[in-house]
Structures are given as structure tokens and as C-alpha cells.
Design a protein around this ligand. Sequence first.
Ligand code: CP
Length: 333
Amino acid sequence: MTEEALPLTDRMRGRDWLMTQDWADDEIELALDTAKQLKKEFKTGVRTLHLPHKTIFLIFFDKSTRTRNSFEAGITQLGGHGHFVDSETSQIAHGESPKDMGIILSGYGHGIAIRHDTVPGEGQTYMRDVAQWADVPVINMQCDVDHPCQTLADLMTIREEFGQDLSKLKIAVSWAFAPSYVKPMSVPQGLIMLMTRYGMNVSLAHPPEYTLMEESMRLARENAAKSGANFEVVHSMEEAFADADIVYPKSWGPEALYGDPEAAMKVAGQYRHWICDEAMMAHAKQEAIYMHCLPADRGSEVTDAVIDGPQSRVYPEAENRMHTAKALMALTM
Ligand code: CP
């Protein structure tokens, strides 16, 4: 039999995880330390039954590979059960309120996690409404404003690569062309808010139609001012990539056009040259790493040579989604 995991602190028990901005620096550090410990225990076969017989409800308004499976596998490894709730096949589709979802699911289990990411102005509000009525922690699995589970895993991945002190690094967060679907705005917004907090110099690039939400920009500027980081907006992927240590080019939609995917794709079609290929990577530092939250549109957002190449960290990044999801559940539930 494998050895048992060390007990975890109760300090964050009952807390919601709706935006990284809601947690203090030392609370984020606790989540990262816990994820690191759980990763080591997973790799060495240590049993981590921190949540025996506990249930988390996973409510999805959108599709998912990494988020759903990292939470389902993660809760199983913690000794509990993940219960998938599809917004289309539950009474949410008939208008059941966030208040009812919060109260009723709190009566059945120990945590609620929600993905509601494709309608600007709705997802974060819905989650805060559920959280207001729920007696159990509510976790944001991606909304219109933030994807805090993704950016926590990204921060873990960057620390694994560059060490604890990130203050001299430059990260390029750039728009890229993707024809598959209108991708949410929450990953670039989450990145500019969180990475500026850690003192990283953030260079944001996008075509003029792809401005991010003003509140995210305000928080990124405020975080950068506090940490001493530089936060700039530039007008090409090349400029953002110049001397970057980390490049994170990905697609998102124009805020006003999420309800009209055809019109959104028409706008995107003007910018097919916003692709991360080997020539683009040459603008960054030689040892720079390529990151993407996935799924990536190969041949449009990025070439195979880059995403499958030596600078890519997309698979360790995706793996860290599970270790960080486990940390958030184990600490809060
Ligand atoms: N990165 C991410 O959230 O992946 P999924 O959409 O597959 O969950």
C-alpha cells in the first residue's frame, strides 16, 4: 500500500474561486504550493484522499476537454465524486435560476464549479449569483472575464520553467487567427491580470477590433503599478514577441460580436497573418517558451513546427490543470 498524503490546511475551506484577483498573494501561493505537493504525490503514487465521499457539481454551459476531465479525474483522486451537469439537459435550459441552483446543489454536495464563458456580461455575474446563495464553495471553470483555473496552471508552469522570481521576465499575450469558433476573452484577460501581479512585463498585442474588457485592463494596469512591472499594448505579434521569455498567442472574439459568429469570423478573416510560426518565434528570445491553453487551431493560430517543437510547453501546461484543480478543490471544499 502507498503512503498517505500529509493533511492540508483548513484556511481556505468554504472560499469561492471566482477570479484570481479575489485571492490575496499568500493565498495564491498556498494554492501553488498545494498543487506542487499534489503533483509530487500523484507522480509517486501517494494516496491523496483529502475529500472522501464528497461531491462537486460541474456545471457546463460550454464544451470542454481539459477542464471537465481535470476536475473529474482530480476529485476521484481526492476520494470524492464529480457530478457533470449539462446546462442544456438540466432545467437551466428552461430558465431555472442561479439562486435555485446554488441552494439546491448545496443541499446535495460539497462544491459547485461552473463554466459559462461565451456571453460577455453573463458568466461572472451568473457565478456570483450562484455563490451568493450557495453554502458550498463555487469555483470558476471559465467565465467571460477570467479563467482562473487556467492561469493558475500557467503560473505553475512558468515557475517550473523559470523559478520563483518572475519579475525580470517578459510575456507576450497576443491575439492569433482561429477559424474554428469564436474563442472566449477570459484567457488573455486572466493572463494580463495575474502575470502583472507577479511582476512580469506583459506585452499585449491585438488587431484594433479585439480590445479586452476595460475592467481587466484597469486591473492589469493597477497590478503592474503595484508590482513594478511594465504593461503595454502594442499593435503586432512581432512587437509583442520582441525579446519575450514566454509567448502566449491565442485567439479571442470581438466583444460585441459573440452573438453573431458569422460577423465575428468576417472580422477575424482580415487577420489570417496573425499566426505563430517559426519566423515569428525568432522575434522572441532564443530560449523562449511557447504556451497555449488549448485547444489550438493548428495551421491558423500556430504551426505544427512550433506547437510540436522544442520550445512548446503546451502538454506540461495542460497537465498542470489537473494538479491545480485538485489543489483548489482540496483547499476549499
Ligand atoms: N484550456 C481549457 O480550458 O480547455 P478546455 O476548453 O478543453 O476545458
